[in-house]
Ligand binder design. Sequence first.
Ligand SMILES: *Cc1c(COP(=O)(O)O)cnc(C)c1O
Length: 372
Amino acid sequence: MKIIYCDNNSTTQVDKKVLNEMLPYFCEKFGNASSIDHVYGNELLPEIKKARESIAKVINCDFDEIIFTSGATESNNLAIMGTVEQLKEKGNHIVTSSIEHKSILNVCQELEKRGFQVTYVSPDKSGVLKSEDIKSAITDQTILISIMGANNEIGTIQPIKEIGIIAKEKGIVFHTDSAQAFGKISLDVNNIDLMSISSHKVYGPKGIGALFIRRGVKIKPIIFGGGQEGKIRPGTYNVPSIVGFGKASELVSLKNQELIKNLTMNLYDRLSEHVQLNGDLNNRIPGNLNLFVEDVDSKALINEVKTSLAISAGSACNSDEVTPSHVILALGYDDNRAYSSIRIGLGRFTTEEEINKVVNVLIPAIKKLRNL
Ligand SMILES: *Cc1c(COP(=O)(O)O)cnc(C)c1O
């Protein structure tokens, strides 16, 4: 029996249409795109440009403002380290939030060890940050603000438009980790300087991502090598993955997100009498539910349903740790709520039939564990 995949905030399956676009770039068009003295390299340049254009269209930027990386983790590292290295003479303070992905938080922690000051702004109980709180955290030393577009555990959408305006007014570089927002909600880089995105969250291959760098914004590289990507991110082009990421970007559709939203709300309605939602009900990305299952240990529940459902306790990065989710705690809840919360992530390939199955498996499992 097929195990129903309900962990689309962790990763997504590669869309067959994406895979088909990628295949010729392994054994036929296998050249090094920087070896442009012959056709093997030369023929790839238009393909790479086309992928940049497809990605750029989703966030309303120009194709040459997109550089390729190995994923959002690297994009986040590059955005933060690269900005700090560029601007360290100007100030030593960073504003971010307490609900960021580990690839932001752990970079910030490293910078604290190196003498930088970081303010971690917390959201309210609904999991949404207030732009005024970001504004209040700014000092005359602030050189960078980094706030995610949408949270990967509880799905809440953050006010990056307003924060971008504040940052621009103050002349501070604004970066957003939009790995979860990309392709799920309408995004526009207006007032944003740097944006991290990832292919495998939108039905593209793993190990490829991008950083939007607004024209005129300067950052230093964190790795050194050849001349690729304006020397900001050297390394031989991962052409199959770039082509796949481009195709995946072509396929993102807000209309499809409406369908996913309906499925998600339907599922929540049917579960709501047994659970409590973490994060705002309306201000969240389609597909995400993070549910507090009172008096039930989340690991026990995941284990109980694992032969029919793939759900998680939070982010993939946290799943093998025994520490409670930093996101649930940042909402002001106790360890107990963090240890009893599960994440469900529906996606493009989730069917109505599967939703019925999820309900029919989860509710009895919750009842069983509560009666133990
Ligand atoms: C998945 C994710 C990342 C990491 O992206 P990778 O491409 O897997 O490195 C970073 N931030 C958020 C919000 C994510 O959801």
